[in-house]
Design a protein around this ligand. Structure first.
Ligand SMILES: [Zn+2]
Ligand SMILES: [Zn+2]
Length: 369
């Protein structure tokens, strides 16, 4: 079938909205009619070459829509509403068998190859292969994805909110719930208040954190964090030590869980320094490949401080997506506050420009044609 999609053909060039050919879903794959896609910094990193992906490629990895067709052996049914996960799993590799399906040893190489789980593509342009991005390629009106990327959600769950649950929201909330294991009464800090950080703020409040301290360089982002439920705001003080001091001035000896959502090594140091005894710095921002984080070693044994990595919120999407959407329905996670702009697919480059200005929260593409 023919689809309209935003194609990346070279680094640092605008995306081009073009007509492409989308093949039928193969075994254990599904064709999804997309409704909404979020625009994420990871897409930007693919465009700039910071995190290269095979090109030409259809970007986008936060989407939600409706199942339109299924391939042989699919467990899905036509008409089901789904939120998409960029972490499908083979179910049989070493990591899958350890319960770490979001780090599936078969999926990550296939993702790097720009294909679906068998590393081949369903996308083409005039007979030439076009690559998938993160298994999903949601900057399009439809996509073919692995069955395992589809999380069935309630028919009345809002598809705009569901689209961002597929990446930013789960990354931020999962870091607090699963990786940091925040409990009622805990103290939490969140360093970096973009879409992922704001999600962490909401996740911490929903988990019953007693205080949630937002840290950012931008006054606008700090105001956003307060609006999303942060109890305190601390502006970045220019260095990790002073910033951690400013956090501890609010909560005494420090926080139980400090979520780092910028990928900057000095912010990771600040997160670590803001923890109390047995506290944990949870690092979710993606640093440059050669970045090194410096930590005062003595306080690791002396204070039992911990550093925890977190990818995709250490989450199992089929469990956590519906859980998040249910709390949203109950009014306990005001996720619609994350959405600041809605643009048609044709304006995808405008969406990245808005994201670059820093004043936007999440920018969504309306794919409903
Ligand atoms: Zn993302
Ligand atoms: Zn696996």
């Amino acid at each position: 079938m023919k689809i309209r999609a935003a194609v990346l053909s070279a680094f640092d060039e605008p995306l081009q909205v073009q007509e492409l050919e989308l093949a039928e879903p193969g075994p254990r794959e599904a064709l999804i009619r997309l409704a909404w896609s979020g625009v994420c910094h990871s897409d930007q990193n693919a465009m700039s070459g910071k995190a290269p992906t095979p090109m030409p490629a259809v970007l986008g990895h936060e989407g939600a829509g409706v199942v339109e067709a299924v391939g042989p052996g699919s467990r899905l049914q036509v008409g089901q509403h789904v939120a998409l996960s960029w972490a499908p799993a083979c179910g049989s590799c070493e990591e899958c068998n350890r319960g770490l399906r979001h780090m599936c040893g078969a999926a990550w190489p296939a993702m790097g190859a720009g294909g679906l789980m068998d590393s081949t593509s369903r996308l083409s342009r005039d007979g030439e292969t076009v690559f998938h991005y993160s298994f999903l390629s949601t900057f399009a009106d439809a996509c073919v994805v692995p069955d395992d990327s589809c999380v069935v959600i309630a028919d009345d769950a809002p598809l705009d909110v569901a689209s961002i649950v597929g990446c930013a929201v789960t990354t931020g909330i999962g870091a607090v719930w699963n990786t940091g294991e925040v409990r009622p009464g805990d103290r939490v800090s969140v360093l970096g208040c973009g879409g992922v950080g704001l999600s962490a703020v909401m996740g911490a409040r929903a988990a019953g954190a007693e205080c949630v301290i937002a840290v950012d360089v931008s006054e606008q982002k700090l105001a956003d964090a307060i609006d999303c439920g942060a109890t305190h705001a601390v502006q970045w003080q220019g260095d990790p030590e002073s910033t951690a001091d400013a956090v501890r001035a609010i909560v005494g000896s420090g926080v139980d869980c400090a979520v780092e959502a910028t990928g900057r090594p000095e912010v990771a140091t600040a997160a670590f320094l803001s923890t109390r005894a047995r506290g944990a710095a949870v690092l979710i921002g993606i640093p440059h490949a050669d970045a090194v984080v410096s930590l005062p070693a003595l306080s690791i044994p002396r204070m039992e401080r911990r550093v925890l990595g977190s990818i995709y919120g250490s989450s199992y999407p089929p469990q956590v997506f519906p859980q998040i959407l249910e709390l949203h329905r109950q009014g306990r996670l005001p996720l619609e506050k994350l959405i600041s702009h809605r643009l048609p697919l044709a304006d995808v480059n405008e969406a990245f420009a808005l994201m670059g200005q820093g004043s936007a929260r999440r920018v969504l593409l309306d794919l409903r044609g």
